[in-house]
Design a protein around this ligand. Structure first.
Ligand code: 5GP
Length: 188
């Protein structure tokens, strides 16, 4: 998606050899127009799929997911990184956080996933695939079906995309990064 790639080129900062900072439009301050266009792009790419719900993970997956949910006209559920104090009836999975270097237990209340659900998983970044695989695990526990995985920024030099595709999941990424070099972002 050219608009996103331009935004990454102009506002993204390569933080170290594997981390990209995009907090001016995706991870801290949010660009609503861009979020809407990305949500519409996910809706277009997955239009043939009978999606009943979008599943994402807090916090940065939520904004783009809600725009996709608005366009597709389905609810959006986000996995929590902290357990709710008011329910014990949840699905839970482990996901090692690439950025924080710690294992998160992610949870989704059982009442929000049904075995008949056809789930589109959305997240902001794809690195090693831990977050996406944690969400897939939760969908499987619910007996529901993953119809696809939508990613805003895929770092294709890390193993997540390959792992998910080898497991048979369709992965659609709006920007795919081949490498970082001298502080520059090189797209595939
Ligand atoms: P994975 O679980 O695929 O290893 O990493 C994906 C998760 O880690 C995303 O949910 C995102 O929050 C975070 N992440 C991974 N790489 C980056 C990055 O380069 N920049 C930022 N801002 N977050 C990242």
């Amino acid at each position: 998606m050219e608009l996103l790639k331009n935004k990454i080129q102009t506002e993204g900062r390569v933080f170290n050899d594997s981390l990209l900072k995009v907090d001016s439009f995706l991870n801290h301050q949010l660009d609503p127009q861009l979020m809407l266009k990305m949500g519409e792009e996910f809706a277009k790419r997955f239009q043939a799929e009978p999606i009943t719900k979008i599943l994402t993970i807090e916090a940065s997956g939520i904004a783009v997911s809600i725009m996709a949910g608005l366009t597709i006209n389905v609810p959006v559920v986000f996995a929590r990184k902290k357990k709710s104090a008011v329910t014990n009836d949840f699905y839970c999975a482990q996901a090692y956080s690439f950025t924080k270097q710690e294992t998160n237990t992610i949870t989704v209340d059982k009442k929000f996933l049904d075995p008949t659900d056809k789930i589109l998983i959305i997240d902001d970044f794809l690195a090693n695939g831990e977050a996406a695989l944690g969400l897939v695990d939760i969908v499987n526990q619910a007996g529901a079906t993953v119809v696809g995985i939508g990613i805003v920024i895929e770092k294709s030099f890390q193993p997540g995309a390959k792992k998910l595709k080898e497991l048979g999941y369709r992965v659609e990424s709006l920007a795919r990064i081949a490498s970082f070099s001298n502080g520059n972002v090189n797209f595939l």
